[in-house]
Design a protein around this ligand. Sequence first.
Ligand code: ZN
Length: 52
Amino acid sequence: MERGQMEPVEVVCPVCRRTQIVYLPVEDLPLCPDCGDVRMVIQELLDEGKSY
Ligand SMILES: [Zn+2]
């Protein structure tokens, strides 16, 4: 039985675009350390073929 397995996801600040890795499941998404009270949002995993 697997237990304590966590999934890493990238979160991004919608204001300054700072990214950070968090591990799911997480109760609360972290606040941006730069913006203070801005909650970071989960960013979709980047695809290699994504055009920029
Ligand atoms: Zn920020």
